[in-house]
Design a protein around this ligand. Structure first.
Ligand code: 5RP
Length: 237
């Protein structure tokens, strides 16, 4: 299968495949969102079908819920699961301390709730996602639609007061209309270039009225599985 893929898709596929080795019978598994996570969901579906693997999956988006059902994974809600053994998800950036930027696919809110309610979070990514410092990828901030422009102004003021260099913020669009998340919210993308203190920024952003969640995942990822187009796969804890 992986020989027919482009190098980037091969890297994503291989990382996803390695991560599915951590899934055992009876586990409650958080199912991430995005193209890498979609490989993982399909591969778990194959194990359900071919090996009779028995798992319950908690999807992190409507997209993932649909895919999981299509491939035969039993889907339950987080409230039904209460706690998860493992969550496997992708990332937009990961640094050397396994801190992440997530939310490029717009699912950061459910992704953070699900990952935080798990004994272990495994992040699967192609090697291009590894960075020395977070921030080249725009940081997603989920805001409620009511007064979103006020929230945006407050975010920008906060960035100035924190002396953050890049302060350009844009409303994520879906064609001509604002992008709407599964929870009915909008997303501001912060073009920061480089985030000096990701821990502080993550805490401060969530204090701003109208902000629901931000895409910085600090101290949440336990294990990183990186796939390379060459076929190499690395695992880091
Ligand atoms: C979705 C996410 C994804 O995990 C992230 O965008 C990576 O996506 P992909 O695997 O397609 O590169 O955070 O909200």
């Amino acid at each position: 299968m992986s020989s027919e893929l482009s190098p980037i898709d091969k890297a994503k596929f291989l990382a996803a495949k390695r991560a599915t080795d951590f899934v055992e019978d009876g586990m409650r598994v958080g199912l991430g969102t995005g193209s890498t996570a979609a490989w993982m969901v399909r591969l778990l579906g194959e194990r359900v079908r071919d090996e009779g693997l028995k798992i319950s999956g908690v999807p992190t988006s409507a997209r993932t819920a649909q895919l999981a059902q299509e491939v035969g994974i039993k889907v339950i809600t987080l409230d039904e699961a209460k706690w998860l053994d493992l969550t496997i998800d992708g990332a937009d950036e990961v640094d050397g301390d396994l801190n992440l930027i997530k939310g490029g696919g717009g699912a950061l809110l459910q992704e953070k709730i699900v990952a935080t309610a798990s004994d272990r979070m495994i992040v699967i990514a192609d090697a291009a996602k590894e960075v020395e410092a977070l921030g080249a990828f725009p940081l997603p901030i989920e805001v409620i639609p009511f007064g979103w422009q006020t929230s945006q102004a407050l975010v920008e003021e906060m960035l100035i007061s924190m002396d953050v260099l890049g302060r350009d913020t844009t409303l994520r669009m879906n064609g001509d209309a604002p992008y709407v998340t599964d929870e009915g919210n909008h997303i501001l993308d912060l073009h920061l270039n480089r985030i000096g203190n990701a821990r502080e920024l993550a805490l401060v952003m969530n204090q701003i009225p109208g902000v629901v969640e931000n895409g910085l995942f600090i101290d949440i990822c336990d294990t990183l599985v990186i796939g390379h187009g060459s076929g190499r796969v690395e695992t880091r804890d």
